[in-house]
Design a protein around this ligand. Structure first.
Ligand SMILES: N[C@@H](CCC(=O)N[C@@H](CS)C(=O)NCC(=O)O)C(=O)O
Length: 229
């Protein structure tokens, strides 16, 4: 199975980052729709590949990558970029994309939604049953998300993608986080960011990646489809 790109994981915002990058680069891939905490990430076969026992995981030839941002960047730096996706060509551009990516991974993901995921009650899509209820940590995580989003407001363009007229990995990261922030029903208090989100969800390749990750072209349709079940 040489040359084939394989991705493990679905139904969350982190595998989505990899699927969106693969869609932008028009690459063929094989996806394994396994979920976290279903037991599927704890089999010997999976743990041999990814000892973290988490999703997502990407494999291509002799490399296996167990971090979503690293896997997204691997795609962006190892394959021929299409004309309508921005791959940085200067140190400045790269630094700006990195700045967005690290902000998303640290401030919005790790210090924001992941705190909510671990410490909210199950009825709010949390895992307090496993990691302990921590209302104050959840309250401050929500405040932190909003503080960071308001700080981003200045740099979110009125009409463009984050770094110009084409999307880049900065948009993949930011959109993946906005998506899960919405899933946790946190009001985004910036009109500019809400407008940006509405523009971005229209992109065909975003929608393809959503279908691959969530079975629906938008988060809103995914939420509706779950309510009907
Ligand atoms: N920093 C990692 C986080 C991966 C992660 O936490 N994945 C979640 C699902 S999106 C998971 O597998 N959780 C199961 C666990 O923590 O055991 C990444 O961005 O890839």
């Amino acid at each position: 199975m040489k040359n084939i790109i394989e991705v493990w994981g679905f139904k969350t915002f982190r595998p989505f980052r990899i699927y969106w990058a693969l869609e932008e680069f028009n690459l063929q891939y094989k996806s394994y729709k396994i979920g976290s905490r279903t037991g599927e990430t704890q089999t010997k076969e999976y743990l041999d590949m990814n000892p973290k026992g988490k999703i997502p995981f990407l494999r291509h030839n002799d490399i296996g990558i167990s971090e979503s941002v690293a896997a997204m960047n691997y795609i962006a730096t190892n394959f021929k970029p299409p004309n309508d996706f921005l791959v940085p060509s200067s140190a400045k551009e790269k630094a700006k994309i990195d700045e967005w990516s690290y902000m998303c991974a640290m401030e919005l993901d790790a210090l924001g939604v992941y705190i909510l995921r671990r410490h909210q009650l199950e009825e709010y899509n949390g895992l307090a049953n496993l990691y302990g209820e921590a209302p104050n940590a959840c309250k401050t995580a929500k405040e932190h998300i909003n503080r960071m989003l308001l700080a981003c407001d200045r740099d979110v363009p009125k009409n463009n993608w984050l770094i110009g007229s084409n999307p880049s990995c900065a948009d993949i990261m930011f959109m993946s986080c906005l998506q899960v922030i919405k899933l946790y029903k946190i009001d985004i208090l910036s009109d500019k960011i809400n407008d940006y989100y509405e523009r971005a969800v229209k992109r065909k390749k975003y929608r393809n990646a959503m279908i691959e990750s969530y079975g629906q072209p938008t988060l809103e349709e995914y939420i509706l489809s779950n309510q009907k079940k």
